[in-house]
Design a protein around this ligand. Structure first.
Ligand code: C2E
Ligand code: MG
Ligand code: MG
Length: 649
């Protein structure tokens, strides 16, 4: 504002000065014109009758000079006129009241031009510039042509004292200057409050814009930009003075349900309230920000260790989990929190934020509420990412191998088929189990080529067993993503026709949890697979939440009881009851039942007594390499034949 005031003052002053200078110049011009007209008038009237042609031909001397002296001093040299000169047309001075100038010839050309054109002229000079004595007064020269009997005979020049001319001009300028000054001053003063109002409004707007750029409009909390900035500052401080810094990601569990069932307005109210509660449960100096959706971030400073961060996280969760009242409804919300510590889990803003985010997902998956980042469980950690790149190559180069675990009929004790289980023959790390690479193959879409590879290998193996005279089926596990792939049924059909395998020999296993993620699409694809004649099995039954009622609507053939129940059924009555009732219910639904994880002869016998159809487990065999399958199956069949012989004997 000061700058605007100063610059507008300068502008007004310059404008005022310019206007004054112009007015002054104008007044001077007018005064000069007046003086010139006056001289012209004198030349044409007063002196003309008294001058002779000879006065303009040669220097005037003696008596004539005295006569002219008298004439000029009485008629012309009054009212500020201080000198007079007569010139010959060629510029030669023939008379002057300053006698020493007579018979001289000033260098200027004005006289000749006036004599030639008959136009009067004016100029400003100093009295002594052309010689002469006495004070060197500033003077206004006015030239006028002199006519005698109609003929131009010479030029008369009159010098006016410039002082009175300038004073007259100035006196006409002063009132203008005064009025101008008052007007400009009033203008300036009225500008002041206006300017103040405008600058105040501008400043408020700028502050508002800055606030909006740095804050979340819904909750008023800092946004991601400001949060990053504060985190950066905190890291800068933490590098110089000890004390741990924790970055937390907080995500509301099931917030989407609130939004969907109660409407967005209620969702907004909830988010605002959550924001306030989080802010109130932090110490001064800590920050909470809303990153978008139902995600919040917290920056906690000056902690002793990671346990301190867990204490803060617990406080935050308690604050969020205290029931909300929304339009008369009581609502409970839970939050998952992920924590990343500086410097253990990252030394820069991006790494810490990413790891806190990963930790949040880890605790969400584990339903643990809050957890500290653990690199071992980070699917996106550098080690994992390296493995991911290698997995891509492994699928292409056939580093994946299949091991087969036999499935035994509990009625006939025959080997009825094998389940294909994938492993990775890693060039450096050795044989890796599926739990090492399947989770991130599923996360990244690599699962599709992986499943295709496994299916192809498994069906080809089955074809080879048939050629060897072994009447066996093969089971392949599918992932969630596979069941969203609308091309899968066609590919299976193609594979079966290529290898000539009857569809009924191929069994596809689906874990129950994945069916629930998109039931409509899943049912479509399962229906088309079923139409091909492929057998469908539900895997790990009991580990998820699906009900038999729901499964009834799916075109299933087989139910595989999860190994956790089978393995504990001898020690735990509940497990035994679950196994027993699952077998009965499945039979009522027309499903064949397979028990997984059978580890002892005793369990095998109990399951047979419960009319379980088939079993799988380490008691019969651990998964084996393809090359061992034929030998193993032949041996089992021999053993079985021997046993049957013994029985009949
Ligand atoms: P699953 O389909 O339930 O496979 C059975 C798992 O239980 C196998 O583990 C097997 O080695 C193990 N198992 C068998 N008998 C016993 C026993 O008596 N006791 C114990 N403790 N374990 C037993 P594996 O090979 O590590 O496979 C783990 C899971 O990985 C599989 O569970 C399956 O869900 C998945 N998986 C394996 N191969 C593939 C595949 O090619 N594609 C897909 N999508 N998933 C696969
Ligand atoms: Mg399976
Ligand atoms: Mg299983």
């Amino acid at each position: 504002m000061l700058r605007v005031l100063v610059s507008s003052a300068i502008a007004l002053l310059v404008a005022g000065a310019a206007m004054l200078a112009y007015t002054n110049r104008y007044a001077l011009d007018r005064a000069e014109q007046n003086a010139s007209a006056h001289t012209n008038f004198i030349a044409r009237t007063i002196v003309r009758d008294r001058l002779r042609k000879a006065d303009f031909e040669r220097p005037v001397t003696g008596r004539r000079r005295a006569i002219l002296d008298r004439l000029f001093s009485s008629e012309v040299l009054v009212d500020g006129a201080i000198r007079v000169k007569l010139y010959r047309p060629d510029g030669h001075v023939t008379y002057s009241n300053a006698h020493d100038l007579i018979d001289t010839r000033p260098i200027e050309q004005t006289v000749e031009s006036v004599a030639r054109t008959g136009q009067p002229a004016t100029d400003v000079t100093h009295l002594n510039d052309e010689g002469g004595k006495g004070p060197n007064t500033k003077a206004l020269e006015t030239y006028a042509p002199v006519y005698l009997q109609g003929k131009r005979v010479g030029v008369m020049e009159i010098y006016q004292d410039y002082g009175p001319v300038a004073a007259a001009a100035a006196s006409s300028v002063w009132p203008v200057a005064a009025v101008l000054g008052v007007v400009l001053f009033v203008l300036y003063v009225s500008l002041f409050p206006l300017l103040r109002r405008v600058t105040r409004r501008l400043r408020r707007q700028v502050e508002e814009i800055e606030h909006q750029a740095m804050h979340d409009s819904l909750t008023g909390l800092p946004n991601r930009v400001l949060f990053r900035d504060r985190l950066e500052q905190a890291l800068y401080g933490a590098r110089r003075s000890p004390g741990e810094v924790a970055v937390m990601f907080l995500d509301l569990d099931r917030f989407k349900e609130v939004n969907d069932t109660l409407g967005h307005e209620s969702g907004d109210i909830l988010l605002r309230e959550v924001g306030q509660r989080l802010a109130h449960s932090l110490r001064a100096g800590d920050s909470v920000a809303r990153l978008g959706g139902d995600e919040f971030a917290v920056l906690a400073l000056g902690l002793d260790d990671a346990d301190g961060a867990l204490v803060v996280a617990r406080k935050l969760r308690q604050a969020v989990e205290w029931p909300f009242t929304l339009r008369g409804l009581t609502l409970e919300v839970e939050a998952s929190i992920g924590i990343a510590m500086f410097p253990d889990h990252g030394t820069d803003v991006d790494t810490l934020l990413r790891h806190a985010d990963v930790a949040m997902y880890q605790s969400k998956e584990a339903h643990s509420g809050a957890g500290i980042y653990s690199p071992e469980r980070d699917v996106y950690s550098p080690d994992r990412l390296k493995l991911l790149g290698e997995l891509r190559r492994a699928i292409e180069q056939g580093e994946l191998v299949l091991h087969y675990q036999p499935k035994i009929s509990l009625r006939t004790s025959e080997v009825i088929g094998f389940e294909a289980l994938v492993r990775w023959q890693h060039p450096e790390q050795g044989l890796l189990g599926p739990e090492r690479f399947l989770p991130f193959a599923e996360h990244t879409g690599l699962i599709k080529p992986l499943t295709r590879y496994v299916m192809r290998e498994a069906v080809r193996s089955c074809a080879r067993w048939l050629e060897m005279g072994l009447d066996l089926g093969v089971a392949v596990n599918l992932s969630g993503r596979d069941l969203l792939d609308l091309h899968l049924p066609d590919e299976v059909r193609l594979l079966l026709s290529e290898t000539g395998i009857e569809p009924g020999r191929l069994e596809l296993e689906i874990t129950e949890n994945i069916i629930l993620s998109d039931p409509v699409r899943t049912r479509t694809i399962l229906g088309r697979l079923k139409d091909l004649g492929v057998r469908l099995a539900i895997d790990d039954f009991g580990s998820g939440y699906s009900s038999l009622g729901y499964l009834k609507r799916l075109p299933l053939d087989v139910l595989k009881i999860d190994k956790s129940f089978v393995m504990s059924m001898m020690a735990d009555d509940d497990s035994a009851a679950i196994v027993r009732s699952t077998i009965d219910l499945a039979h009522n639904l027309g499903l064949e039942v397979v028990a997984e994880g059978v580890a002892t002869e005793h369990i095998s016998a109990v399951l047979a007594a419960l009319h379980c159809d088939a079993a799988q487990g380490f008691y019969y065999s651990a998964p084996m390499a393809d090359s061992e399958v034929a030998g193993w199956a032949a041996e089992i069949n021999l053993l079985r034949a021997a046993a049957l012989e013994q029985l009949s004997a």
